[in-house]
Design a protein around this ligand. Structure first.
Ligand SMILES: CC(=O)CC(=O)O
Length: 679
């Protein structure tokens, strides 16, 4: 196993006033309330995982709005390992987000067209009231599913909150999801209501979605759909009402009682379902992960306030579509009295500069983005501060993929060393973070600072032994329950067999996240090395693709993107072979010299055993519509499987490029890779 994970780690940033961080205020409150002497974040974390009373403290500190208090913190549920949190409590997620009924701005929406729209908390509440009233008038009830194929807009926030106010369950996908991908999801959850965009703009192109609407409605025939509502064009505002079996939004809203109605927040148990999110579905049908209203509320608020250090009046811009859990995560910031920025469209259109300027101009204090995006800005040699002032920006939060030390360094330098760089990792499965930045702890480049409060994260080896103290990499597991465990997988048996098989079977009774991680014994910082099903294992040395990506960061002005996978052909290969595929930036050539430099860098930064067997140039790297590299599909293809691309793949054609590598010897010979590998 490699011990190189922390070699490039170094101190990058320290909060000049750590005592003012929300997490420190919370720690002091717990000390006072419980008569404890928790000295620092690490003490606090230990307390939080050893005492369920921590969650009672969090309930109080996060100021959860409820009508009936809980009888206790936790009790056994019907699905083994998935307890019921805060039994007896009654609350409503939407009520917790809409308490701030004033004229401050709740959402600012922008996009490629350059139009910026603000909506106040008061106006948002009225819109939610009107939507909920129409939904009720059309028969929506507690527990019904509302599905949406929508852009990241004010309307999509209204839909989610109106649904939640009624106690129905909301599920959205992005508009670029293919028809089959949408049907794979919505056929399973059988929505009663469906909301669909009709016309959108992406990368400067007008996309008419009406054929997709028809195909989805036909595909949901006999799956319980009662009402399909079309949103007006996001470009012209025009209402389309000529798609069979649909109603235009204006007509739909007119069926409600509008200003004559009150916004009613149904008072529901803590673990009442709120959202259905989906596993990526790149290697099988997507799983429908049901999250509870209380669980999402507490965990997202905890993460935003404690780890992003968000305070009332702050502004969060999370770049996301409505099909990624970060959208659901972001929406909760309203509960902290914060504003959120909703951006719809490509960050590269009309220009990357215009997009960066937008973020600065709308006064973002907390900017959530992906390492891939930052790597692109870096690769294009752009300096954000030369484009805009970013006044007010305090935190840069990155998630969605492995973040490398050079990327931390670049961001730190580019923002004059002033930003708190928060790297987090969690997932759709928990709609929150397992590990994240902690604003009162030093930031080390290349490391995520700590495990989040209440999350009993450990590192297990293949035999279920905790190997965290060794600094070696293993599986990220969570050994105790927390409030945002999925309450069920939709369509599962009552005893939760599918849920248990998915998360609790590999290590009996213990949550296995499917990520490969290591903890630095010196700093307690964490590195996530990629998905554990993509772990590379040539000649018995196990490592994560993230280690190779860290090295490849050095080449990012020449190589636009890359993907590293293991090839294992049953009955042909004795050992796994590591293959690295490069997509070159336009105008750059894949040369023997570049390959030699890459091999040298990997050998010296990691070890000779990390050096890929072959390096190839490819035209495209497959990614999900959330921008994640799809290693598992490429691994399966090059190892000889035939794979039907799922609707989650943003560029399904790209997968075809990898089939020829099944016959690796032939391709290596024909492309000269065989000779280059020996140089
Ligand atoms: C918080 C996350 O971990 C987001 C993701 O990668 O899906």
């Amino acid at each position: 196993m490699s011990s190189s994970y922390f070699e490039s780690s170094h101190l990058l940033w320290q909060n000049p006033q750590p005592q003012h961080a929300n997490v420190e205020i919370f720690r002091r409150m717990v000390n006072r309330k419980r008569g404890l002497d928790l000295k620092d974040y690490h003490d606090f974390h230990r307390y939080s995982i050893e005492n369920y009373s921590f969650w009672e403290d969090a309930w109080q500190h996060l100021r959860i709005i409820y009508s009936v208090p809980p009888q206790k913190v936790i009790t056994e549920g019907t699905i083994p390992n998935v307890p019921i949190w805060f039994p007896g409590a009654r609350l409503n997620y939407a009520e917790n987000l809409l308490w701030r009924n004033d004229d401050s701005i709740a959402c600012t929406a922008g996009g490629e067209l350059g139009r910026v729209t603000d909506i106040s908390f008061r106006e948002l509440r009225l819109k939610v009231r009107d939507m909920a009233s129409a939904m009720r008038a059309n028969g929506l009830q507690i527990g019904d599913r509302v599905a949406a194929v929508v852009t990241n807009s004010i309307e999509s926030v209204v839909l989610a909150l109106a649904t939640a106010s009624i106690g129905a369950i909301y599920s959205s996908t992005a508009t670029d999801m293919g028809t089959e991908g949408i049907l794979d999801r919505y056929r399973q959850i059988q929505p009663k209501f469906l909301f669909f965009e009709t016309e959108i703009m992406y990368a400067g192109k007008i996309v008419d979605l009406r054929d997709k609407v028809s195909a989805v409605i036909n595909g949901l025939h006999d799956h319980g759909l009662k009402c399909a509502v079309l949103l007006p064009s996001t470009i012209t505002g025009k209402e389309y009402d000529n798609v069979p079996k649909t109603t235009a939004l204006g007509k739909f809203l007119a069926t409600g009682t509008g200003s004559n109605s009150e916004l009613v927040f149904e008072q529901l148990p803590f673990n009442h379902p709120l959202y259905i999110l989906y596993s990526s579905g790149t290697s099988g049908p997507p799983k429908c992960i049901v999250h509870s209203a209380g669980g999402v509320l507490m965990q997202t608020l905890k993460d935003q306030r404690m780890f992003f250090d968000m305070k009332e009046g702050d502004t969060l811009f999370q770049f996301t579509t409505t099909g990624w859990m970060m959208w659901n995560f972001m929406v909760s910031c309203l509960a902290s009295g914060c504003r959120m920025i909703l951006y719809d469209g490509s960050p590269f259109h009309p220009t990357l500069e215009a997009y960066l300027k937008f973020i600065s101009d709308v006064g973002v204090t907390h900017w959530g983005t992906s390492p891939r995006f930052l790597a692109e800005v870096k690769g294009r040699k752009l300096s954000p501060l030369k484009i805009a002032s970013f006044q007010g920006l305090r935190a840069l939060a990155v998630t969605g993929a492995v973040v490398t030390a050079p990327l931390f360094d670049w961001a730190h330098k580019e923002f004059d060393g002033k930003l708190y760089f928060v790297s987090t990792s969690g997932g759709t499965d928990v709609c929150s973070a397992f590990v994240a930045g902690v604003p009162s702890l030093p930031v080390y480049a290349g490391e995520i600072q700590a495990k989040t409060l209440g999350m009993a994260v450990e590192v297990f080896d293949e035999n279920g032994k905790n190997i965290e103290h060794t600094g070696q990499a293993g599986e990220l597991v969570c050994t105790k329950p927390h409030p945002s465990l999925p309450i069920m997988l939709w369509g599962d048996t009552p005893d939760g067999k599918k849920l248990r098989d998915t998360y609790f079977n590999y290590y009996p009774g213990i949550w296995r996240q499917g990520d490969f991680m290591a903890v630095n014994p010196k700093t307690k910082g964490i590195v996530i090395l990629g998905r554990s099903d993509g772990v590379l294992n040539p000649n018995g040395v196990r490592f994560g693709s993230g280690e190779i990506y860290t090295v490849m960061e050095k080449f990012n002005t020449i190589v636009e993107d890359c993907i590293c996978v293991g090839q294992r052909r049953p009955n042909i290969d004795e050992h796994e072979r590591v293959l690295l595929f490069l997509k070159m930036r336009p105008g750059n050539k894949f040369t023997t010299k570049l390959e030699k430099d890459i091999r040298h860098s990997i050998r010296t930064s990691l070890s000779a055993r990390h050096v890929p067997a072959y390096i190839f140039e490819v035209e495209d790297i497959p990614v999900t519509i959330n921008g994640k590299k799809i290693e598992i599909a490429v691994k399966q293809i090059v190892s000889g499987s035939n794979l039907k691309p799922s609707g989650t793949v943003a560029n399904p054609e790209s997968l075809k490029l990898y089939y020829k590598y099944k016959e690796i010897e032939k391709v290596a010979h024909a492309t000269g890779a065989e000779t280059r590998a020996k140089l």
